[in-house]
Design a protein around this ligand. Structure first.
Ligand SMILES: *[C@@H]1O[C@H](CO)[C@@H](O)[C@H](O)[C@H]1NC(C)=O
Ligand SMILES: *[C@@H]1O[C@H](CO)[C@@H](O)[C@H](O)[C@H]1NC(C)=O
Ligand SMILES: *[C@@H]1O[C@H](CO)[C@@H](O)[C@H](O)[C@H]1NC(C)=O
Ligand SMILES: *[C@@H]1O[C@H](CO)[C@@H](O)[C@H](O)[C@H]1NC(C)=O
Length: 510
């Protein structure tokens, strides 16, 4: 009866055991770098008190034997986490591959010593990371796989270049490229070896740049460079330069050495590698507007109206092609009637030169000079001609012409009617000078040659085959008012007086 009661107490009192000598160990698999607890239970008969506990390892170096852990040549980072009454757990931190092996527990009581008959085997494995596939095109699926090597399935976490990765499966993006490591949740310091993920992607951020973005002047040299991010990188043949829709060249750079206005336009480049993104194989850059600046070219002057009557007004307009547009104009006047043929006078400024109350002395060759920030250029010369006395305006000329024609028809009719009568008489009536200024050569405006024809008449019978010529010199006094107010040159004073040569031709008498 009493014995039974004692047994009951032994069973239900903690720390008091069944009374058998016993050590139970459990083999473990640990991941390198992690911490592991080798599970251990032990028991001993009632009445004993544990005085010492020992963990030993079967050392296979030279002479195989059991060695207390602290006596090993390179002892593990261990700690006894058990107690004196039944738990004899051993914790090993930062497990190393060399910690693998057979572990034994022994203890000493007040009366005896006991060692485990069997061992606990510690297996050390590593985490192994895999990315599937290791090279992927952007947009495709990637799986991260972590194999622990131990039978247990610990919680796994992932790192890419040291940064935690949220999901072990994803659609690859460019920024997902890097080196991956896996680790056991809670023991993140112990990581697998790293594995690389290479993400291939079509060209991105294709950028066209220009060597000198500001103020490209005609004749200078300009280099276009195309760049982008791409994996695999874009080769020489993968780059193309375009002007508008027109292909210009292959390669990453293109130089134009003598740039001309015709090179102006919108440029862009295109890049391609072996990767296509959403079916797009070629990626376009942003556009660059090339604006070639040049000095005024094709400068020309125009006169409106073409012919001006004395006292009228005339506009001379200068036009040019320039970039930037010409912003300064200067007018010059070349004085053809001057002895000094290089007498060029500056007569005004502005795109349009308006001359009012023009006089014969204003006629001549004018040209303009157009200027912009790049340079200047001169127009060809334009002729300003003065209408002479017998010449009306264009409409007047037509009316006069028609009137003349009617008169001529009437005259011919009259001549036919009186022809016979006139033939009998064989005499010429009238000796009026009917010749007027008949032709004025444009380039000799100031030197007006007037051919005056005097029909033959009885008092002026000629003996010569040639018409007699009478030269009359008319000297025109130069008036100050003849000079346009904008002309200030001293050359004016040196100018010779205008001379009119009148050639009077007398018809040979019959
Ligand atoms: C100048 O004129 C020529 C002939 O008319 C023409 O071919 C050329 O393109 C012009 N230059 C500019 C810059 O417009
Ligand atoms: C002037 O213009 C002509 C044609 O318009 C051009 O050939 C020349 O280069 C320009 N510049 C100068 C400084 O003459
Ligand atoms: C000259 O230009 C001015 C301003 O454009 C205009 O009013 C005038 O009628 C023009 N004169 C002639 C003769 O064309
Ligand atoms: C334009 O004419 C002016 C005046 O004669 C001269 O000084 C200048 O050199 C000329 N410019 C050009 C480009 O021919």
């Amino acid at each position: 009866m009493m014995g039974y009661f004692i047994l009951m107490i032994l069973v239900f009192t903690p720390g008091v055991w069944s009374g058998y000598w016993k050590v139970t160990l459990k083999s473990q698999c640990a991941l390198k770098g992690t911490s592991v607890v080798i599970k251990c239970d032990y028991d001993y008969p009632y009445g004993h008190t544990v005085t010492e506990v020992h963990w030993l390892k079967w050392s296979v170096t030279s002479q195989p034997k059991l060695v207390p852990l602290s006596d090993l040549p390179s002892p593990p980072d261990f700690k006894y986490v058990g107690n004196k009454y039944g738990n004899c757990d051993l914790k090993i931190n930062n497990v190393r591959p060399m910690d693998e092996g057979l572990y034994y527990f022994s203890f000493v009581t007040t009366r005896d010593t006991w060692s485990s008959k069997y061992s606990a085997h510690l297996t050390v494995r590593e985490l192994t990371a895999f990315v599937r596939p290791t090279t992927v095109s952007e947009g495709y699926n990637v799986r991260l796989i972590c194999e622990s090597g131990c039978p247990s399935r610990p919680g796994i976490t992932w790192f890419r270049d040291g940064q935690r990765v949220s999901k072990p499966q994803f659609w690859a993006r460019r920024e997902d490229a890097g080196t991956y490591q896996c680790a056991v949740v809670g023991q993140e310091t112990a990581r697998s070896a790293s594995v690389a993920l290479n993400v291939h992607y079509a060209p991105k951020n294709v950028t066209l740049s220009i060597s000198s973005p500001a103020d490209i002047v005609r004749g200078s040299s300009v280099t276009f460079s195309c760049s982008c991010e791409a994996n695999p990188p874009v080769t020489h043949e993968g780059y193309s330069l375009y002007k508008g829709e027109q292909w210009v060249s292959l390669g990453q750079t293109h130089t134009i050495f003598d740039i001309q206005p015709s090179h102006s336009g919108l440029y862009h480049c295109q890049a391609t590698n072996s990767i296509s993104w959403m079916g797009i194989d070629v990626v376009k850059s942003t556009e660059i507007h090339l604006d070639v600046q040049y000095e005024p070219m094709n400068v020309s002057g125009s006169v409106e109206p073409q012919q001006v009557a004395e006292g009228g007004s005339v506009n001379l307009t200068c036009s040019s092609v320039a970039n930037p547009a010409a912003d300064s104009y200067t007018w010059y006047w070349r004085r053809t009637h001057s002895a000094n043929s290089n007498s060029i006078l500056q007569v005004g400024s502005g795109q349009m030169l308006s001359l009012h109350s023009v006089e014969a002395s204003h006629s001549g060759l004018y040209f303009c000079q157009a200027r912009n920030s790049v340079g200047e250029n001169n127009s060809t010369e334009v002729l300003l001609t003065m209408e002479t006395m017998n010449q009306g305006s264009q409409s007047h000329l037509i009316i006069a012409g028609l009137a003349g024609l009617i008169v001529l028809v009437a005259l011919v009719t009259a001549l036919l009617l009186f022809w016979k009568k006139l033939r009998a008489q064989n005499a010429v009536s009238g000796s009026r000078v009917n010749g007027l200024i008949s032709s004025v050569r444009e380039d000799q405006l100031d030197n007006i040659y007037a051919n005056i024809t005097v029909p033959s008449s009885p008092p002026l019978t000629s003996t010569s085959d040639e018409a007699d010529v009478i030269y009359s010199t008319v000297t025109i006094k130069h008036k100050a008012t003849n000079v346009p107010p904008h002309i200030k040159s001293k050359a004016e004073a040196e100018e010779e007086d205008s001379v009119i040569y009148a050639a009077v031709a007398k018809s040979r008498g019959s």
